[in-house]
Write a protein that binds this ligand. Structure first.
Ligand code: F6R
Length: 586
């Protein structure tokens, strides 16, 4: 959570930083700020989204600066708590992502020494600590000295008005350095500097970078010099725009046919390596959060069906309580779009220490999860900007098909069949979107909705409900269709929307029987199926495909339903309240 960026070069820093913040806003958007240096440090910051803040761009002079977009952890959403934070004398500015666990202790010590704090944040201890250390040493030494005092998971970037350099430190929160010509960048991810350079150095935990406009030097926290090779990113900066769509979310839903092609283009050697690791492992644990976990549940059904191997799927935040009991040699698969989800990373690191093999299914190349893994499979679905995950889900599910087909020695056949889904996804969008737009008008006034399905589509029921509540703020629950009568049915009354995901497969008859239970309580039935049924009040028609592939299609009307309902309610679709895209706190 929180996006940070630093720039040093010849351009007007405030312009680069403000633009950079826009591409980082998915990480947090309750307040934002910029500090630039032109002999002294000037700051402009406020509460609100980047586009709504009245930036004092005239004040922000100079070619060096740092900026931040916030997702509040310590301290409320106020202008004072917005970053950057300054030292007492205003000569040091810091932006920070993560949590300083011992901040109260450090703050007390600094207050005793006369430091005056202006915010309630944990971050503010950092500029004061550097300022205190600068009584005895230069900026660079003082910054390194300061991290010895800090406990927690953090990434921060600091500047001093006395030196033409940027200091950046990473401990369990992401930071990437962008190497330009006569200019350098550092940010929470590479998007802010993609249009200037594609040469990136990903910092590892306990590593620091010292940037001037012509140099980038890398160190461990104990100041050993590091040689770090830049990666050349093949990301297209055009992908970061909305390309004519009203929101990123709908653009990303529409990108799914293309995503399918990109995800299928996998390195077969790596797929075989993963397949063989899974086949041989005494235990396979798939660890993921939110939408990625729902994709993993589909994955468990697919691997079981196609390759006959049973895998467990853990909610990442709960896996930490079991990880020490997992046998050495087990395979732990981390599934994550961002590769930075702290709930996933924490147990994965433990599993690795305990002798498990780590496989990742990840979108962001060079992310923390990627670097923790023995083998990484990349989703190749391009940047996903909207906070609600859509195309990454589809890519994650596709990856599980590829793994399962490889395990079953049928990869070529599998790829051929999966390739045919491109047109099926397009057909699904086309056939369901007009109906969903009308349905959104009904949904927007509802307080509750339920999603039910059986078999692998049960994962779509819970994914559909997550998407709807996340962006439309309608309370929604998803569950196996057979489970509804065990309690939740008592909540189904006249007009309550129940989305029945009922493809014409081995689950159809039983799911329809559950639909009748709903209907007789007055529920309003929205059927997602390739076959119409008189019980449906609304039919969202999907094309017929092989039963195993239905989850790829049944999910699409659910994504559209969440989007159009949120839009009908006038919500900020791409940046739902209280959420952030990359959840780097536990
Ligand atoms: C929901 C959503 C979240 C993420 C979850 C994990 O739309 O986006 O539930 O799926 O926070 O994120 P990653 O995949 O980055 O680990």
């Amino acid at each position: 959570m929180c996006g940070i960026i630093g720039y040093i070069g010849q351009r007007k820093a405030s312009i680069v930083l403000k633009k950079g913040l826009e591409s980082l806003e998915y990480r947090g958007y309750d307040s934002a700020g910029i500090a630039t240096i032109d002999k002294t440090i000037s700051v402009s910051k406020d509460v609100g989204k980047i586009a709504n803040i009245k930036w004092d761009m005239d004040k922000l002079k100079g070619n060096i600066g740092i900026a931040h977009t916030r997702w509040a952890t310590h301290g409320g959403v106020t202008k004072n708590n917005a970053h950057p934070h300054l030292s007492c004398d205003g000569n040091i500015a810091v932006v920070h992502n993560g949590i300083i666990e011992n901040f109260s202790e450090v703050k007390r010590e600094l207050e005793k020494k006369g430091h005056k704090f202006r915010s309630e944040t944990d971050t503010e201890v950092i500029p004061h600590l550097i300022e205190e250390n600068m009584k005895k040493m230069g900026f660079e030494d003082a910054a390194f000295e300061s991290i010895k005092k800090l406990k927690g998971a953090f990434a921060f970037v600091a500047v001093s008005s006395r030196e033409q350099k940027i200091m950046a430190f990473r401990k369990e929160s992401p930071l990437v350095v962008g190497l330009g010509q006569g200019e350098n960048f550092v940010a929470s991810d590479a998007y802010p500097f993609l249009e200037y350079t594609k040469r990136a150095v990903f910092l590892d935990d306990n590593e620091a970078a010292v940037l001037t406009k012509d140099r980038a030097d890398f160190y461990s926290f104990d100041r050993a010099r590091l040689k770090k090779e830049p990666k050349i990113l093949d990301w297209d900066p055009k992908n970061v725009g909305k390309n004519g769509f009203e929101h990123y979310l709908i653009k990303e839903i529409y990108e799914q046919p293309l995503v399918l092609k990109q995800t299928l283009a996998q390195d077969e050697k790596k797929l075989k390596e993963v397949a063989s690791l899974i086949q041989r492992a005494p235990r396979v644990c798939i660890v993921a959060a939110g939408t990625a976990r729902h994709a993993s549940i589909v994955g468990r059904y697919i691997i079981s069906e196609l390759a006959g191997k049973y895998c467990e799927v853990y909610m990442a935040s709960e896996f930490q309580y079991f990880v020490d009991k997992i046998e050495k040699g087990s395979v732990v698969i981390g599934v994550s779009q961002s590769g930075e989800t702290a709930d996933v990373l924490f147990p994965i690191k433990k599993a690795k220490k305990n002798g498990c093999k780590i496989v990742s299914i990840v979108n962001v190349v060079g992310s923390s999860l990627d670097r923790e893994s023995d083998v990484s499979l990349y989703l190749n679905c391009g940047p996903e900007i909207s906070v609600a995950s859509t195309k990454a889900f589809t890519a994650q599910v596709l990856m599980f098909y590829l793994i399962a087909y490889t395990m079953a020695y049928k990869l070529d056949e599998g790829k051929r069949q999966l390739g045919q889904l491109t047109t099926k996804i397009e057909e699904t969008i086309k056939s369901t979107e007009p109906e969903v737009k009308k349905l959104a008008e009904y949904m927007k006034d509802k307080n509750d909705a339920y999603f039910i399905a059986r078999g692998e589509n049960f994962a779509i029921a819970i994914e559909g409900s997550l998407k709807l509540k996340e962006i439309s703020y309608i309370h929604a629950e998803g569950m196996p269709a057979g489970e509804l009568k065990h309690g939740t049915l008592s909540l189904v009354t006249e007009g309550v929307p129940v989305i029945i995901i009922a493809p014409k497969d081995y689950t159809y008859d039983e799911t329809l029987a559950n639909a009748h239970e709903v209907k007789s309580r007055g529920g309003y039935i929205i059927g997602i199926s390739d076959e119409n049924n008189p019980i449906f009040d609304v039919w969202l028609k999907i094309p017929k495909v092989e039963p195993l592939f239905y989850p790829i299609l049944t999910n699409i009307p659910c994504q559209l339903l969440a989007y159009y309902t949120a839009k009908a309610k006038g919500n900020d679709v791409d940046k739902p309240r209280n959420l952030a895209k990359s959840v780097t706190v536990r």
